[in-house]
Write a protein that binds this ligand. Structure first.
Ligand SMILES: CC(C)(COP(=O)(O)OP(=O)(O)OC[C@H]1O[C@@H](n2cnc3c(N)ncnc32)[C@H](O)[C@@H]1OP(=O)(O)O)[C@@H](O)C(=O)NCCC(=O)NCCS
Length: 179
């Protein structure tokens, strides 16, 4: 199975040691951490190294497909991946470093990853969840073919102290064909 995805502006591929410092710098940001589930804050080199050390096993087990997002001609700008969280369904998660927000990067990456997963994993269904104070992420998900389930979300964030409503989203392969 090919594990590199190329779009017009981006390359998505496994994380490398070369991107470690930049990854820690971009991820160690409360504005990123409070929107995602498992990212500790502050985010350290040790956190980054421990997380990447799990990737080969997750891929081999077929439970985790993480990708570093690289902007061509620039470098690492974020992370995206499909992960099984104790259910049979894959959950889509992603973050983009704050200096790169608002340039369509998450949208381009999410659409490409869902297309890759449909082609190479035979993905039929995926879930995602975003906090209601993060409408940009809702828009990214909509553009990647997700729709609201109509139920309140179960998102958690290690970095968030206050309780915040969240919105559950679902992606179904057979609904993509008719879109
Ligand atoms: C959310 C996040 C991934 C967006 O990344 P990005 O690369 O800036 O997103 P894009 O530029 O591809 O698209 C953002 C979309 O949201 C829209 N948007 C931005 N701010 C918005 C707001 N306040 N309300 C509604 N829509 C908004 C943009 O207009 C754009 O939609 P459009 O293409 O239809 O115009 C990024 O801000 C991030 O990493 N945040 C922290 C981590 C995170 O939230 N991860 C997702 C957890 S569910």
């Amino acid at each position: 199975m090919p594990y590199t995805i190329e779009t017009s502006r981006l390359i998505m591929a496994p994380f490398t040691d070369d991107d470690l410092e930049r990854r820690v710098r971009l991820a160690n940001n409360i504005n990123v951490a409070r929107m995602v589930s498992l990212m500790p804050h502050p985010y350290t080199r040790k956190d980054a190294m421990e997380w990447v050390a799990t990737h080969d096993a997750g891929r081999a087990a077929g439970t985790d497909f993480p990708f570093a997002i690289t902007l061509k001609g620039d470098g690492l700008v974020g992370s995206i991946g499909l992960h099984k969280k104790g259910t049979d369904d894959f959950d889509l998660g992603y973050w983009i470093g704050e200096p790169f927000w608002g340039r369509g990067i998450a949208s381009e990456a999410a659409q490409a990853v869902m297309h890759w997963a449909q082609q190479h994993l035979g993905l039929a269904k995926a879930t995602a969840c975003y906090f209601e104070d993060n409408p940009a992420s809702g828009r990214v998900l909509e553009k990647a073919g997700f729709v609201p389930t109509g139920t309140r979300g179960e998102c958690e964030s290690k970095a968030r102290t206050e309780k915040t409503n969240a919105i559950n989203m679902i992606w179904l392969a057979d609904q993509q064909k008719t879109r």
